[in-house]
Design a protein around this ligand. Structure first.
Ligand SMILES: [Zn+2]
Ligand SMILES: [Zn+2]
Length: 286
């Protein structure tokens, strides 16, 4: 298996629209491991559509507990279980992840009991290991060093960028954050930086299409990164490639790749990819 990232869902925010991208989820294939980063709704389907077997998922990381990154975590693991899970699957997430998982399992108690009695399955409780992480070196997955950096995503304080250093390559996921210069040092020399991004010109149309969210503009501006600033992080980190995801807007026909390129190019002249659901990004930059 070649080291690569598969972008499963590339839109920012929880809304799902006709023909639009799906909320945030990514799959990192590194040193033979299948690592899921964030679980926006739709990712179970997207993993299968990408040609990856659900039973081959090794570990799951959640950057923060916003629903556009979390909503399908339980359903994904539950579907892996009903597909034939027979080994442990670790989940890494910030404070609150254990409560999410316990609540999800409680909600499935009826079906879970039936499947144990009727199908002869081992309880899913025994197969999932929940690890709560903060900032620092948080895990080693078959030799892959995983570290985290607390980023700036108010009002959520437990939101972490993730860095994966494998035998042959390294990748960083920004999580959701406003422009956060320490992310450049954290991402230093990575082969690929997957960074969230927002287009200034697209904000108004999002507000027009999102009724009932009176402080949405304030949240967007305080908690997310304008595309040129994502370029600045990539430049200062000297990464091999910048891939934009968690796009705001992601499904507005008024904006296409050229708008994103134009916004980023004043600070970043290296390789740039504008994320699309299903996009595969090789990690070897030779
Ligand atoms: Zn988000
Ligand atoms: Zn968020």
């Amino acid at each position: 298996m070649e080291d690569q990232i598969i972008l499963l869902g590339t839109k920012g925010g929880p809304a799902v629209r006709q023909d639009g991208a799906m909320p945030t989820a990514s799959l990192l294939q590194m040193d033979g491991q299948n690592i899921v980063i964030d679980c926006g709704i739709g990712l179970t389907r997207s993993i299968v559509d990408a040609g990856v077997k659900l039973l081959d998922i090794d570990v799951i990381f959640i950057t923060h507990l916003h629903s556009d990154h979390l909503l399908e975590l339980g359903p994904l693991i539950y579907t892996i279980w009903t597909t034939g899970l027979t080994r442990k699957i670790p989940i890494y997430g910030p404070i609150g992840i254990q409560e999410y998982w316990d609540g999800f399992m409680q909600s499935m108690d009826y079906d879970h009991s039936i499947r144990i009695a009727d199908d002869g399955r081992d309880p899913l409780h025994d197969m999932v290991e929940v690890h709560v992480f903060g900032e620092g070196a948080i895990a080693e997955i078959e030799g892959i060093r995983v570290s985290s950096l607390r980023v700036d995503h108010p009002p959520i304080t437990e939101c972490y960028a993730l860095r994966f250093d494998g035998a042959k390559a390294s990748a960083v996921f920004s999580a959701d954050t406003c422009y956060f210069p320490p992310l450049a040092e954290f991402s230093k020399g990575a082969d690929v930086l997957v960074h969230e991004a927002m287009l200034e010109a697209g904000i108004q149309s999002i507000l027009d299409r999102t009724p009932g969210a009176s402080s949405l503009e304030q949240h967007l501006r305080a908690s997310h990164t304008m595309a040129p600033d994502a370029g600045k992080i990539a430049r200062d980190a000297e990464v091999g490639l910048l891939a934009l995801h968690h796009l705001i807007p992601a499904d507005d026909p008024a904006f296409n790749d050229s708008h994103w390129h134009e916004a980023v190019q004043q600070f970043w002249s290296g390789e740039l990819l504008v994320g699309k659901d299903g996009m595969k990004i090789p990690l070897s930059r030779s």
